[in-house]
Design a protein around this ligand. Structure first.
Ligand SMILES: *[C@@H]1O[C@H](CO)[C@@H](O)[C@H](O)[C@H]1NC(C)=O
Ligand SMILES: *[C@@H]1O[C@H](CO)[C@@H](O)[C@H](O)[C@H]1NC(C)=O
Ligand SMILES: *[C@@H]1O[C@H](CO)[C@@H](O)[C@H](O)[C@H]1NC(C)=O
Ligand SMILES: *[C@@H]1O[C@H](CO)[C@@H](O)[C@H](O)[C@H]1NC(C)=O
Ligand SMILES: *[C@@H]1O[C@H](CO)[C@@H](O)[C@H](O)[C@H]1NC(C)=O
Ligand SMILES: *[C@@H]1O[C@H](CO)[C@@H](O)[C@H](O)[C@H]1NC(C)=O
Ligand SMILES: *[C@@H]1O[C@H](CO)[C@@H](O)[C@H](O)[C@H]1NC(C)=O
Length: 285
């Protein structure tokens, strides 16, 4: 009898474990990072640092290569432009950062087209790119948490995601280098306002969906129920504060489509049929 009861108990626990596992996973939308790139301009390329090169037969394979290397943008030279390319230049150049704003690193080159995951680059003109990670901007005006979210949204961004070790480390460095106060910390996108003790990112994803934690010693201070909002400091730690505390805020721009998608089908480079002119152009650069 006892034996049967034990079996039943184990069976019930087993079912319960499966149920809670699938149930909690349903709330975690694990989407592997899958960047979309948009053609921003033809006959141009970015001269920002290339993080990886390859010769790829098609645009599609260049996109795959760029994704695999965590590129935020890339230059691609199609087969048709092969004669305009220097012999030793790879036709697929993965870039750690996209062009942001009005930049002198964006140059004409008839052999290349420029693609970026951040289509609306006017929006990011004053922002900072962290290689392969994203585009960020610090709101230096000290405001409470709600106002900080608002400020980020006003520039077309959101409070920054710190839910990985790489993000926490890089963004903490950025805070350390950017904030001038003696105490260097900023609001990031994590809070338990909705439900005490249940932290969520700004997109509403539960923190329990991620493995990494960077809580400072004693944090998140469960005895201090009024401390619901999370800051990241220059020591790579997350700490909770009262959401009415006025602090600087770290915003993150997300990849997006260009405001208007240009149809490049009939747009040709002025120089494309004039090889000698192109050669002069390239030696000038
Ligand atoms: C960039 O700025 C320069 C001068 O500040 C201006 O001449 C040029 O037209 C601008 N380029 C773009 C693409 O806005
Ligand atoms: C970006 O800025 C340039 C010049 O400053 C302007 O010509 C262009 O229309 C803007 N693009 C968008 C999508 O706002
Ligand atoms: C970037 O900074 C300049 C100068 O402060 C400002 O005029 C411009 O509006 C800012 N651009 C954006 C997109 O915030
Ligand atoms: C923060 O920056 C200072 C230099 O400005 C440096 O000495 C310090 O080690 C940095 N702190 C961390 C945690 O990286
Ligand atoms: C922030 O906004 C939420 C609702 O969006 C509200 O419940 C909360 O009281 C606000 N907090 C502060 C400090 O303004
Ligand atoms: C491109 O040019 C071709 C032929 O000149 C024309 O039939 C086609 O409609 C054009 N496409 C666009 C998007 O303008
Ligand atoms: C290119 O440069 C050469 C001499 O450097 C010159 O003779 C030729 O006219 C130039 N071509 C164009 C299209 O400017």
């Amino acid at each position: 009898k006892l034996h049967n009861d034990m079996n039943l108990l184990i069976f019930v626990l087993f079912i319960y474990a499966i149920f809670t596992k699938t149930h909690s996973q349903r709330h975690c939308q694990f989407k592997p990072r899958f960047l979309r790139y948009y053609k921003i301009r033809n006959c141009y390329k970015s001269t920002l640092p290339v993080i990886a090169w390859a010769n790829t037969p098609t645009l599609r394979s260049c996109i795959k290569f760029a994704r695999h290397r965590n590129a935020l943008a890339f230059n691609f030279s199609p087969m048709e432009a092969i004669n305009y390319r220097n012999d030793f230049t790879s036709n697929c150049q993965a870039l750690g950062c996209p062009e942001i704003g009005n930049s002198s690193t964006f140059v004409m080159d008839v052999a290349f087209d420029y693609y970026s995951a951040y289509g609306n680059w006017n929006k990011t003109e004053n922002a900072t790119c962290i290689k392969s990670l994203g585009i960020f901007s610090l709101i230096t005006e000290k405001q409470n948490y709600n106002k900080s979210i608002e400020s980020c949204q006003n520039i077309g961004a959101d409070l920054a995601d710190v839910s990985s070790e790489v993000r926490t480390n890089y963004l903490s460095n950025y805070i350390n280098n950017t904030i001038q106060n003696w105490y260097k910390a900023a609001y990031v996108g994590l809070d338990d306002i909705q439900e005490e003790g249940i932290f969520r990112t700004v997109s509403g994803t539960l923190l329990t969906c991620f493995r990494y934690r960077a809580w400072g010693p004693g944090h998140p201070r469960s005895k201090h129920k009024s401390e619901d909002c999370v800051i990241l400091d220059s020591d790579k730690m997350w700490r909770v504060v009262k959401c009415r505390t006025k602090l600087q805020a770290l915003c993150e721009f997300y990849p997006e489509k260009p405001a208007e998608l240009i149809d490049y089908e009939n747009i040709t480079c002025n120089y494309i049929l004039d090889k000698s002119k192109y050669k002069n152009l390239s030696t000038n650069q």
